[in-house]
Design a protein around this ligand. Structure first.
Ligand code: ATP
Ligand code: MG
Length: 695
């Protein structure tokens, strides 16, 4: 039981315990600012929900959590035993770790000596348990009326056929395969087929440019690239195969020759005849894969054998090739999925993330399937043909768990509630959010409007590097606070440290680190052990450093304040971007906000805020003053923005995160230093902002 985690006092309220002098060290980082713009306080799960929940009280959580910290080997072994292992791990090597660079190289190993296969556990095991006829995946296409589905037995057949094909062209254990596919069922099928034969998949989001894809191909040197000819997202046609061709040519110039480009014909987007083709290298999926047997032996791999390589989204610079291994990741992704969403076998689960991101790995493919869940895979854009599409889909399939990102919530909020209320949404029971801090106002809207004030929201904080949820509500176990990811998952020991690496207790604000390893932790950055140690383990010796800021309130709830690189220092006050943005978004006319620091003669740094307004609201000087006033009254005069910049759109990564790196340059008028803007979802936004800044 770690010191700072809340305990329940006699009145049932969560309280941090043991006030110590260390709490005062929080002052080193400046005054903690109000983390929430919400005056309503705690949001309790209904009695009905709590009664049916897997973990239904704080006390039950605390007992489980305490055990996971006191006896991690015992705790995780018991869970691991519920999976199939060809050979059990060495009982005295459940976890071997060194997280302290001063004591030698960083090492994290779980279930060493065990042999298993994640594809077998995610697919075969469900069929063998009698769930062969259960729907593993529903698929909803870009256009209304396009859909499909696969039972677990059918999924197994498809995975085996592709695995056999890959083996036939020489892909084996340890070989890399790059997957550049949109959200077709073939994407998770391809991931599972690689895992089945011990190949290492590297999914590249099919919205990335040829340059970004080439960079990844050159880094991991795949034997095969799997793609499709084209995809339609909304009204836009994206010729994926053409993009792959450019990347492969680029790879070849850099000495990486990929022999095969396996191409799925996505008929609804483009025909075979219209697809450019290089015979010898290019192979149509539909021509070869169905000819292979639907039986394929499993390659039993070591728990510590690599499962996949995934490049982070690059919000902060050059993407990092995050490497995950098999055993620990399997146990962790499955367990976090089950608890954070209070999963039940009757659930229909929809996560709007693309498999090109870690969320799509852990919570579209592996986590849900390892639990035998029914997953919805959606190909299109969430607001196509109109902003009501998500709720149309929810009603069509009877979705019970809906997991998405704040960026989508804010966009839908701006479009107005009438798109929501025209659908029933009565099947929903749990909501989830990931990717950025969720502003309390957006949280409220998600809760009140989408969930009709009856569905708990799991605001899950985690990273590509962590493999699974780290700080997350267990819906039903404790009351929520809008904007807070609440408490740590089993086995996770988050600590908030000051600049010198001292752990702080009680109410505080600082750098979020993790003490001790957890099974889902990444094992290295591919080909760059130095960067792995320097980025994550050197800043605070003995800890994994997340790169994020966090504050903890008097009740022990965790509030993520944004990336520490983005923290703004105004006259010695360290201000997280999330707080100021949340205050701005609480203004009824502000739909989205992004703040950055600019040089300021007196204060050191000043606050520069980009704001997007609710549809139809004109920007005016009066509105500017009212926005500034909102921040002053909610946080304090020291956090009042020095400049408000009206932004019809904000630069975002393809995963929907605001790119403050670029906004900082626009704010500081360093326009020749914008850096790489190719990973932006819409690079045109940048020119628009520059022009408005001049006006
Ligand atoms: P890069 O590391 O390449 O800059 P990235 O950090 O955006 O990219 P991800 O691993 O996809 O790539 O995102 C993890 C980050 O997203 C976290 O470190 C945090 O900043 C943010 N994040 C994710 N979930 C939450 C959440 N629930 N609340 C607040 N922030 C979140
Ligand atoms: Mg990151």
């Amino acid at each position: 039981w770690v010191d700072h985690v809340a305990v329940v006092s006699s009145n049932g309220k969560l309280r941090a315990r043991r006030p110590t002098a260390a709490a005062a060290a929080g002052a080193v980082l400046g005054e903690p600012v109000a983390a929430s713009d919400d005056q309503g306080g705690l949001v309790h799960p209904s009695e009905e929900f709590a009664a049916q929940a897997l973990v239904s009280s704080t006390q039950q959580y605390q007992e489980m959590y305490r055990r996971s910290i006191d006896d991690p080997a015992g705790f995780w072994s018991e869970i691991a035993e519920t999976f199939y292992w060809k050979q059990k791990w060495n009982p005295d090597e459940v976890c071997a770790e060194n997280l302290d660079v001063t004591k030698g190289p960083i090492k994290i190993e779980w279930f060493k000596g065990g042999k298993t296969n994640i594809c077998y556990n995610a697919v075969d095991r469900n069929v063998e348990a009698g769930d062969g006829e259960k729907i593993a995946m529903y698929w909803e296409g870009n256009e209304i009326g396009q859909d499909g589905k696969l039972t677990y037995s059918q999924l197994l057949d498809k995975v085996c056929q592709l695995a056999n094909y890959l083996k036939s062209v020489g892909v084996g254990k340890g070989d890399a395969v790059v997957i550049y596919l949109p959200m077709l069922m073939e994407l998770p099928i391809a991931m599972l087929a690689c895992a089945r034969i011990g190949a290492v998949h590297s999914v590249v989001f099919a919205g990335f440019s040829a340059d970004a894809l080439a960079q990844r191909i050159i880094d991991c040197k795949p034997k095969v690239v799997i793609t499709c000819n084209a995809v339609k997202r909304g009204k836009k046609l994206i010729p994926l195969k053409d993009i792959v061709d450019v990347s492969l040519a680029d790879g070849a110039k850099n000495g990486v020759d990929v022999g095969i480009c396996l191409t799925y014909e996505n008929q609804s987007a483009m025909t075979k005849e219209d697809t450019k083709w290089t015979s010898g290298k290019d192979v149509w999926w539909q021509d070869v894969v169905p000819n292979f047997s639907t039986k394929c032996d499993v390659e039993w791999v070591d728990a510590e054998d690599p499962l996949f390589l995934l490049y982070t989204s690059g919000s902060t610079g050059k993407p990092k090739g995050v490497l995950h291994t098999t055993g620990g990741y399997m146990v962790y992704s499955a367990t976090t999925f089950k608890h954070a969403f209070d999963y039940k076998p009757s659930d229909i689960y929809w996560c709007t993330a693309d498999c090109g991101w870690i969320t799509g790995h852990s919570y579209v493919t592996y986590g849900p399937l390892l639990n035998g869940a029914t997953v919805l895979v959606y190909e299109g854009a969430p607001n196509y043909p109109d902003p009501g599409r998500c709720w149309d889909v929810v009603d069509k399939y009877g979705v019970t768990i809906f997991y998405t990102a704040p960026t989508l919530i804010r966009a839908l909020m701006r479009d107005g509630t009438e798109y929501v209320t025209r659908y029933s949404r009565k099947s929903l029971r749990v909501l989830g959010s990931v990717g950025e801090p969720i502003n309390p106002t957006a949280w409220r809207w998600f809760y009140d409007v989408i969930g009709d004030s009856r569905c708990p929201i799991s605001d899950t904080w985690w990273q590509t590097e962590t493999g699974g949820f780290m700080i997350t509500p267990l819906p039903g176990a404790w009351p929520l606070k809008p904007g807070s990811a609440t408490f740590p998952f089993f086995g996770v020991q988050p600590v908030i440290v000051d600049e010198k690496g001292n752990e702080m207790e009680e109410e505080c604000s600082g750098y979020l680190c993790i003490k001790k390893s957890w099974p889902g932790a990444f094992r290295t950055l591919y080909g760059d052990k130095d960067r792995y140690e320097t980025t994550y383990f050197k800043p605070f010796a003995g800890y994994y450093f997340s790169g994020d800021g966090c504050s903890r309130d008097k009740d022990g709830y965790h509030f993520l304040t944004g990336r520490v690189d983005d923290v703004i220092n105004v006259s010695g006050h360290r201000i997280g971007t999330a707080e100021v943005e949340s205050a701005l978004v609480s203004h009824p006319k502000c739909a989205e906000a992004a703040v950055v620091g600019i040089d300021h003669e007196v204060k050191g740094q000043g606050i520069y805020a980009f704001v997007t307004l609710v549809d139809g609201v004109p920007y005016s000087d009066e509105l500017r003053k009212s926005l500034v006033m909102t921040v002053r009254s909610q946080i304090g005069a020291f956090a009042a923005p020095d400049k408000i910049h009206w932004a019809p759109g904000l630069p975002k990564t393809r995963s929907g995160k605001i790119m403050r790196r670029i906004l900082r340059k626009i704010a500081g008028r360093q326009l020749d230093e914008l850096g790489d803007t190719s990973t932006l979802a819409d690079p045109g936004v940048v020119d628009q902002l520059i022009a408005l800044g001049d006006s």
